[in-house]
Structure formats: C-alpha cells, structure tokens
Design a protein around this ligand. Structure first.
Ligand code: ZN
Length: 194
C-alpha cells in the first residue's frame, strides 16, 4: 500500500491519505475469552485461534486477524478480516463456555486441556492434598506393619528350629496335600517360614 508513496514528491499525497485513515482496532471486546485462554500460571496467550494474534498495548489487549490490514478508512469500524473474525471469536467463546461449564470429575486423571484456569488451580490443590494424605497413610501403615512384626515375630532357638524342621518332614505328605506344590498357599507358607 505504501510502496507508491516512496518518493518525496508524493509525501503530501501520503499525508493526505493518512489523515483519512485510521488504525484497525481489532477486537478488543473479548477479554473473557482471553482470560479463558490464559495459561495455568496466568500466562497471556499469543493467539486466541490459529488465525489471529493477541496484541497487548498499554495494558489493554486486542485480537487482530492474521490478515489484518492495520490501516483502515476513517469511516470503517475495523478492517474486513477482523470484522469477519468476530463471528469466529464469538463461536469460539461459546464453545469454551460450554467446555468450562461441563462438569468434569476433578480427579488426577482429568486431562488439563478440559480444565479452565480456575479448575486447574482446584486440581493442583486437590493433588497436593491427596499427596499429603497418602504420605500420612503410608507412614501410618509402615508403623502398623512394624507393630505387627514386633507383636507376632517369634525367634526360635537352634533346637526349636531343628524340632520344627523334623515335624514338618514327618508330616510332609499331609503338608503337600494341604499346600500343593506350586499353589499360592504353598508359596506364601514357604516365604513366611524362611
Ligand atoms: Zn484488522
């Protein structure tokens, strides 16, 4: 557009044209959609759909279509690509709202892509609480197992062991019928009697 104004002779014409032009404001009224697109740490998105760019200037942002003409005639509200893009953004906003309002079980297996920024926070808090609860539970179970060992362990003397081995040998046939070789019961018995 500006190529034909490259010479000084046309500077006046260029200035005249500029005085009749404005800058396309893009679409700055989709702040709710922008918020929904923020990352888990509140990161500002660089684009809202694959066809646009999110531009932040002086702490306010606007969504411009990738083919935004930037310069528009003064009597136009916004450039044609950005005008058409409004309907895409509106439909994208509706889809995002449905997605956010769809109840999802906030379990640790819920994919992050299904969750809004606030729900990601809830999921993170829930996971941290789960971790603390599991840590307490595993500590409690560890103590419980130690207690069972302490209460039930029997240290046999050499003589008692020899006598036990002999008893087991004497009733090997009965043992085999009760604890068949290869059965789970046999495996557990052998492990526990070591
Ligand atoms: Zn535009």
């Amino acid at each position: 557009m500006f190529n034909k104004f490259s010479s000084i002779q046309n500077a006046q014409e260029f200035c005249q044209l500029l005085s009749t032009c404005d800058v396309c404001p893009g679409n700055s009224d989709f702040s709710d959609l922008v918020n929904m697109k923020k990352g888990p740490g509140g990161q500002i998105p660089v684009r809202i759909t694959p066809n646009d760019k999110y531009i932040v200037f002086n702490s306010s942002g606007t969504i411009r279509h990738a083919k935004c003409t930037i310069i528009i005639p003064r009597d136009c509200k916004r450039c044609p690509p950005c005008t058409v893009h409004r309907s895409d953004l509106a439909s994208h906003r509706s889809k995002m709202k449905v997605k956010m309002n769809t109840p999802h079980d906030l379990s640790s297996t819920t994919p992050n892509s299904y969750l809004s920024h606030s729900k990601l926070h809830i999921k993170m808090t829930k996971l941290q609480a789960d971790r603390r609860r599991l840590k307490r539970r595993s500590g409690y179970l560890e103590l419980k197992i130690e207690e069972i060992y302490r209460n039930e362990i029997a240290i046999l003397s050499h003589q008692q062991l020899a006598s036990l081995d002999k008893s087991l040998e004497d009733c090997a046939e009965q043992m085999n019928s009760v604890l068949p070789v290869g059965s789970n019961r046999n495996l557990i018995f052998n492990r526990e009697s070591r």
